[in-house]
Structure formats: C-alpha cells, structure tokens
Design a binder for this molecule. Sequence first.
Ligand SMILES: [Zn+2]
Length: 333
Amino acid sequence: MKKNQDRQFGKLVVDFVNAPTAEEAGSAFIRGAAAAFGFGHGFLDQALGRYPTLQLFEDALSAGDRGLVELLLEERRLLSVVNNLPCNISLASYDCDEERVLTFKIQPLEPKWDNENPYEEDVVRVAVGTGGGKWLDEVAEMFDDRAPLTTEMDEVRERLLACLAEYITLTDRILEIRRDIPPERTHEAQKMAAYHSRIQAEQDVLAELQERWRMILGEVLEAQDLSRDQTLLDLLLVYNMVNRRETAVSDDGALYEKPLFEPGYFTERSGLADEYYHNVLVFAFIEFLKVAGNRKTLRKCARCDAFFIAGPGRTANKRCGRCAKKKGPGTRV
Ligand SMILES: [Zn+2]
C-alpha cells in the first residue's frame, strides 16, 4: 500500500459525508478517489469535466432555451406528482398537439378472473376539448367510479384534479412556445430537461447515501464490540464481494493483478448510481479500518458534528481542523 493510502481512503469517506450539498459530495467523491487511488492529474480534469452537476447544466443552458426548459421541468414535476399519488390511477400519456386526450391507466380494484391477465390495467381516455372545465368533471367522475372509496382518497382526488388542471394549462403554454420555434430547439430543450432530471435523480441518491454513511460512521465510531457490530459486518459482506482481484496477462506475457478500481470506473461510469458510490465507499472505509489504530483517529467534531480523521499522535483532538482554528470557549490550542 502506498504511504498514507489508508488515511486517504478514510479521508475519501469523511469528505463525502461532510460535503455540504449532494452536488459537492459527488465531486468530493471523485477528488477523494483520485487522491486515494493515486490517479494522475489528467484524471481529475477528465472525471470532473464529465461529472454531471447542476453547475454543468447551468453552463450548458443557453439563455434562449431557459424559459422553455423551466416549463418542461415543471411539466415533468407535475407528471411525477400525479403518477406518485397513493392510488390506482396513473396518467399514461397526454396528446396535447392533435386530439387533446388524456389517457389514464387504472389498476383494477378486484382481479378480473375471467381475463387472461387478471391484473390487466384498464385504459380510460378523457378528451380535454378546447375550453371549459368539463373534462375535469369527467376525470373526477372516473376517479369516483374506479378509485377505492375511503376518506383518504378524498385528498388524493383533490390533489389529482388540482395537478391535472395545472398540467393542462402548462402544456398549453409549452405548445404555444413550441409553435413559434423550430423543432430542433424544442428537441434541444427536451434534451436539457432530461439532463436536468438525470442530475437531480443522481443527487437524490447522493443525499440518501450521505445520510446512510453519516449513520455508518457514527455507529462504527461508537461501537463497543466491533466483532458484533452489525453495521460493520454488513459492510464486510459488501467488501468481500467487491474486493475480488483479477489476474490478467499483459501484451508482453507478464502476469499482473488488475487494479480493483481503474480510472475508467470513474470516467466511463456505468451501472446503478447507488452501487457505484457505495461499493467504492465500502472498499475505502474497510481499507482505512484495516490498519490498526485507524479507528481511534476517526472522530466526530464536538463543535460542528463533522467527521474527521485526527492526525497521527493527535487522537485526543475533539474538534475538526476547521473548528480547531476558530478560537472560542473551550478551544484547546
Ligand atoms: Zn468542526
């Protein structure tokens, strides 16, 4: 192992957890990996340059497209609210250009046993028409006919109707704008909206992982009996699965052990976001803990609750580097 590599692995995990935002957690992860695995300088530029962030999105968004992209994002948000209501009805599509018809998919409340697929969804179409709120009455009627009859459903019904009314107004506005611009620009705006949603989804995963790892670090730090600590045992399960070295043969016939995480893992990123981060964090954290005495250096700042790794011989430090610099009551200098 390279000198101090174990501590670099610990730092990777701690920096990830401490990052003030999910966006910064993502870049802390890349920076931490570059330092711990010893990837060269070119790696960092390449990996960060490709790493999807809201900042990168902002930089790529042209002023002319901004308005439409914002409307498209709001459209996506409303759709997701509608389709995540705790109920058996979802909006499958809306043809806003031609027929102006909402297509709903409805899970049957009772299995249809005489049907080949008893759970087949029903399809209901509601024509929005060109004006007035008659279609909303139709949606309300459809809901009353087909959703379960409980009091909790009253609230769901109100939210569905409110969201749909907002959704139709919004799609009308989007259509108006689209009619005034060339199709390529609409296409570009749709691409940007999809890009934004992808980044947002990734950051939701990052925020969850930060929370999960904050708990993991807290538990491992405080565990009285590590040999029975379920959190650590679970991490070891993942570690043993991830830590499988492959031996390969090079062009000149030499056998060599392939590194576990190569730069390509971080630049040609593939797979589920959750595992992508978690596997590296587990590997890094266990590599850190494997070195005797390291666990004692993992600490939680008494002032700001950030985790930190105390320097060698400074395991008594109660404050992180940043707080230690600030003088205040109880500061140890
Ligand atoms: Zn602190």
